[in-house]
Structures are given as structure tokens and as C-alpha cells.
Write a protein that binds this ligand. Structure first.
Ligand SMILES: [Zn+2]
Length: 87
């Protein structure tokens, strides 16, 4: 178990922003995001969150959607948006 030396200079008093950031990256690094389908005009994916599995989608008409109920952007969609790029 090595220490995370690179993070020691990264500490900020704004814990909320940092933990949100870590949650988003956790979805990716812990393999919680599963991309089911990507086409030119749609994306379908699921995210295994702390309280359940959320279904996410994007298409040109409706934009980004997540079944967690948050409209617009949530941490699930933020994570998905880091690894997908609709044209
Ligand atoms: Zn969500």
C-alpha cells in the first residue's frame, strides 16, 4: 500500500467540490459505468450507484437523461460524459 504522494498537494478546503469530483472519478475507476450502446445519434449506459442502478441515455432530441431523477447533469451523467462524446 503506497501513499498517494501526488494527491498531498491537491488538498483543498472545499470538501464538497472535491468529494463530488472523487465520486465522479470513482464511477469510472471502479467500473461502475457500463456503456450498453453508442451510435451516431444515441448513447445508452447504466451506472451502478450507491443506492441502485441508474439508466442513462443521450439522443439528439432529448439530450442527456438519467433515471436518478436529476434533470440536466448529475454525477452519473458527468462521469459518462467524460468517456463519451456525442457528435
Ligand atoms: Zn443520475
Amino acid at each position: 500500500m503506497g501513499r498517494l504522494l501526488t494527491r498531498s498537494s491537491d488538498r483543498r478546503p472545499r470538501d464538497d467540490a472535491a468529494s463530488q469530483d472523487e465520486r465522479i472519478h470513482g464511477y469510472l475507476t471502479e467500473g461502475r459505468i457500463r456503456i450498453l450502446e453508442v451510435t451516431e445519434d444515441s448513447i445508452r449506459a447504466v451506472c451502478r450507484g450507491l443506492r441502485g442502478v441508474y439508466r442513462m441515455s443521450w439522443d439528439a432530441e432529448d439530450g442527456w437523461r438519467c433515471s436518478c431523477g436529476s434533470s440536466g447533469s448529475c454525477s452519473h451523467l458527468s462521469a459518462l460524459q467524460l468517456v463519451t462524446a456525442p457528435a
